[in-house]
Write a protein that binds this ligand. Structure first.
Ligand code: G4P
Ligand code: NA
Ligand code: NA
Length: 189
């Protein structure tokens, strides 16, 4: 998505050789029009997959996932994050480490919102090491729902998350792939 690359160049900043600050477009402020265009791109890529629900993880995945669900005309479910959860027989819970925050959180989806009939499209803002993604995929597997694929706004392809999921046979589509953040420069793939 050329327009998104442009916005990343204009409005993001490199925090270190592996972290890109994107608060102005993804993690703190969102541009509704640009976000709706992300949704259109994802909806196009997964139009033929019979998607019944879009799923994401709060909080930064929600805008792009919402836009995608709107385009596909299906509900959006977002996994909730908690510091730690007590066991709940009515919910799927997985523990995930967080790359940027350096801590562990639990993600939770109520059993009410996932069924074995569902064909899910997982949308997320950024894929880095894929820890959060793997946690949600475990929840999807436990629910018996089908994961049709995953759409990510930004894939940092120098980290292993996207590649590992593809190696598992999951279709992963990225709107923008960043090959490197070395030497203070954003290098797209
Ligand atoms: P992931 O690849 O599945 O996202 O898992 P990972 O554990 O690698 O990343 C955990 C968190 O760190 C995610 O946010 C992810 O979006 C964020 N993150 C990873 N790399 C970058 C980066 O270069 N820039 C920015 N801005 N964020 C990055 P989260 O913990 O799910 O939090 P939230 O943003 O949804 O609240
Ligand atoms: Na994030
Ligand atoms: Na996220």
């Amino acid at each position: 998505m050329e327009k998104l690359k442009q916005r990343i160049l204009e409005q993001s900043s490199i925090l270190s050789s592996d972290v890109l600050r994107m608060d102005a477009i993804i993690n703190h402020q969102v541009d509704p029009k640009l976000t709706m265009e992300m949704g259109q791109e994802f909806a196009k890529k997964f139009a033929e997959y019979g998607i019944t629900k879009v799923i994401t993880i709060e909080s930064s995945g929600i805008p792009a996932a919402f836009a995608t669900a709107y385009e596909l005309g299906v509900p959006l479910v977002f996994a909730r994050r908690k510091k730690t959860l007590i066991a709940d027989p009515d919910a799927y819970i997985e523990r995930v480490p967080s790359f940027t925050k350096g801590m562990v959180t639990d993600i939770m989806v109520s059993k009410e919102f996932l069924s074995s009939e569902d064909k899910l499209l997982f949308i997320d803002d950024i894929i880095a090491n894929g820890d959060a993604a793997r946690g949600l995929i475990k929840i999807i597997e436990r629910s018996g729902a089908t994961l049709a694929g995953m759409g990510v706004v930004v894939e940092k392809s120098f980290q292993s998350g996207g590649r590992m999921l593809r190696e598992q046979g999951i279709k992963v589509e990225a709107l923008v792939k960043i090959a490197s953040l070395d030497n203070g420069k954003i290098k797209f793939e």
